[in-house]
Design a protein around this ligand. Sequence first.
Ligand SMILES: C=CCOC(=O)Nc1nc2cc3[nH]c(NC)nc3cc2c(=O)[nH]1
Length: 373
Amino acid sequence: MTETFQFKLLATDGKARRGEVSMPRGTIRTPAFMPVGTVGTVKAMYLDQVRELGADIILGNTYHLMLRPGAERVARLGGLHNFIRWDRPILTDSGGFQVMSLSSLRKLNEQGVTFKSHVDGALYHMSPERSIEIQGLLDSDIQMQLDECVALPAEPNEIERAMEMSLRWAERCKAAFGDQPGKAMFGIVQGGDIPKLRERSALALRDLDLKGYAVGGLAVGEPQEVMLDMLDVTCPALPAEKPRYLMGVGTPDDILKSVAHGIDMFDCVMPTRSGRHGLAFTRYGRINLRNARHAEDTRPLDEQSTCPATRDYSRAYLHHLIRSNESLGGMLLSWNNLAYYQELMAGIRKAIEEGRYADFMAETQENWKRGDL
Ligand SMILES: C=CCOC(=O)Nc1nc2cc3[nH]c(NC)nc3cc2c(=O)[nH]1
């Protein structure tokens, strides 16, 4: 822990980086996976479990929390950490992406985004300054600039307009954030699937000398190789001594490959959301426990795991719980999936330290092909 926000590069293996982000509330071992705690909870999990699995930081969503319970209310209650009982770092998004994907009416212009709450239909206006103010009220440790993420495929001039506006919003967010040594405000690189726009966005954000950089506008419908190609353009244009966060990514395979392209931080609803729907991630690939073939399979997901959800429950029971839509089904599979994601991250960090990331990647992908036997 440190009084200020610091990123240290501990080892590299090709483009893969092993590092550490130190903040007053704790240290984040990178490459890191950040479980998503949308409305102040990592769904179906106790935060003690989330920590025990190895999470050093979790995400909170500004859009959801500002609508309910409200940013000023969370501040009156002592901030998000006290509210949810998590004393380590929290990264909050700016809400932009969620507005575009969740709220009905929404208008976006230079001032910001105006939208109708999906909770009660009330009208809200969120400017770059208000987004930073809300994240401050939540006492967020890593705050994100307000940006405009364009779904792909999209027209080049549309991608350029959104990227340029996001740059202007980055400057306004930096000004609104001011100087908070123990916290950080990350810029978000946009530019869609257009290399020269990606490079322009990254270089302009670099000039703002921010504490960290997110790569946005990806995992929004483009093929994996397009996403990786954009990383090849973006990462070299970002400062090597600052952390890089790829938003909304991804599957274990996405993460494995994006680390090899220079990414340090990840967040994704995949392990928790798909767990609630019956999908289990294991060392040997995915298992859809809704499938009837598991109905009498007495084996656990993986008897060698240290996670009780993975080691102690039969696939037959998990199948029964999911088919019966019982809460325990989603709880056990969320637990299993987050355990698997954190085990994958620990393996990634160790492999980079030992200079054998390429082998680790190949072995891991080979094991996934084995299926659930
Ligand atoms: C915590 C996130 C910080 O959110 C923001 O403040 N803005 C933002 N969020 C994104 C979220 C994404 N999820 C995916 N795929 C599942 N792609 C995404 C792209 C963006 C993006 O370009 N911007």
